[in-house]
Design a protein around this ligand. Structure first.
Ligand SMILES: C[S@@+](CC[C@H](N)C(=O)[O-])C[C@H]1O[C@@H](n2cnc3c(N)ncnc32)[C@H](O)[C@@H]1O
Length: 394
């Protein structure tokens, strides 16, 4: 996306709608696994906030909720934790107001359709004594979404690695990142600076807006994909983007898309280091950091039992160069998972830029390349680094 073809991200970016095979709802297990790593921290913080404030009303917002089972998960965890502390304290539960935010093209209809089965009522009413009103809040979290001083508890999971917009230098039609579609280990240093500056500007704006919208003492818990260290160009952080660029160039070689189109396609994704996040929070100044840590979510949790059964029957080879036990079946399985997860997240952008006809072929090639990559190294890169940061409104 660049130059005259630059379309406002807000009007392009959305996870795949509905409940079909390539929907986000059916392919968000990776994000669910990440949420499971942060569950106890999120629940403890909601409980502690409530115990310290005993408010009559708890206003909760999930920013970048998407669709599918995860859309209500963050709010639900906080509500359950608060109800449980109320029961311990013998205190009546507060009224809950939940705002589910995402970009306007998000499939909000699916969320509200599925809430019919949800234990906490969505349309007002009384369940187990507490009222829980759930609202959609479409719009970009890089701008104002809520009234001043209105939010007690804010959560955002696996969303803030999406930039507010493409860095300017990549918008202008100059081919500064030729052969790549995101920050890669072979990208020019100016591309790294552009991505980093865009992240800093967007994250700072995000903090400023939430600083206005949250009450003093309010808690915000953010989780997003991260880099392990300060080096922006390690292979483990960029191989998935590089291989998708190779798959796109394969489609150029068979005449399915034009090379120039690939030159102008860049993905607005940036995984910051922990230092970059911490520094931005300190610089912006609205929040005090309560806790910040890097954790590695394991892909293993995503593998179906059936896979483990099959793996037992496969001869596991000992990789001679690195001594790691390696299974081809596992490589194929991880390749499929990675390709499918990226498909449901990137389809809206790829369709917008190249047209939808290439999806099947592109992701088939991508999957093969991922498998080849894992096999050639005799290792599967199965840990996904993420940051969790919890802050309190000063
Ligand atoms: C990978 S999904 C995560 C969804 C959900 N939180 C989960 O854990 O499964 C990222 C979501 O962030 C949303 N998003 C990206 N940029 C956004 C923005 N500027 N404002 C609001 N939502 C945004 C995307 O549309 C997408 O639904």
């Amino acid at each position: 996306m660049a130059g005259s073809e630059q379309v406002q991200l807000q009007r392009v970016l959305h996870m795949n709608s509905g409940e079909g095979e390539t929907s986000y709802a059916k392919n968000s297990t990776m994000q669910k696994v990440i949420a499971s790593y942060t569950k106890s921290i999120r629940k403890d913080l909601a409980r502690d906030y409530y115990r310290d404030h005993l408010s009559d009303k708890m206003v909760i917002a999930d920013l970048g909720c998407s669709t599918g089972p995860n859309a209500i998960l963050m709010a639900s965890d906080a509500i359950q934790s608060i109800i449980s502390v109320c029961s311990d304290l013998g205190h009546p539960p507060p009224e809950f107001q939940v705002f589910l935010n995402d970009l306007p093209l998000n499939d909000f209809n699916s969320i509200f359709r599925s809430l019919g089965d949800y234990n906490y009522l969505s349309q007002g009413g009384d369940t187990e004594g507490q009222l829980c009103l759930i609202f959609g809040a479409p719009g970009s979290f890089y701008g104002r979404l809520f009234p001043s001083g209105s939010l007690n508890y804010v959560v955002s999971s696996t969303s803030l690695h999406w930039l507010s917009e493409m860095p300017e230098v990549l918008q202008e039609g100059s081919v500064v990142n030729k052969g790549r579609i995101c920050l890669s280990k072979t990208s020019n240093p100016s591309v790294f600076d552009a991505y980093k500056n865009q992240f800093q500007a967007g994250f700072s704006l995000f903090l400023k807006c939430r600083g206005v919208e949250m009450m003093k003492g309010g808690i915000m818990v953010l989780t997003f994909m991260a880099r392990r260290g300060s080096d922006p160009s390690t292979e483990e952080d960029s191989y998935a983007w590089e291989l998708l660029a190779v798959a796109l160039m394969d489609l150029v070689s068979v005449g399915l898309i034009e090379e120039q189109k690939v030159d102008f396609f860049n993905v607005p994704f940036y995984a910051p280091s922990m230092d970059e996040v911490e520094q931005e929070i300190i610089n912006e100044g609205s929040f005090a950091i309560k806790n910040i840590e890097l954790f590695e979510a394991s892909y293993n949790a995503l593998l179906a039992d059936q896979y483990f059964e099959e793996e037992k029957q496969e001869e596991i080879t000992q990789n001679t160069s690195n001594g790691i036990q390696f299974s081809h079946l596992k490589a194929r399985h991880y390749a499929e998972l990675t390709a499918r997860s990226n498909w449901v997240v990137l389809e809206s952008m790829i369709r917008n830029h190249f047209g939808g006809e290439i999806m099947e072929e592109l992701f088939k090639r991508y999957c093969d390349l991922l498998e080849e990559y894992y096999c050639s190294r005799g290792i599967v890169l199965e840990l996904i680094p993420n940051i969790i940061v919890a802050v309190e409104r000063k």
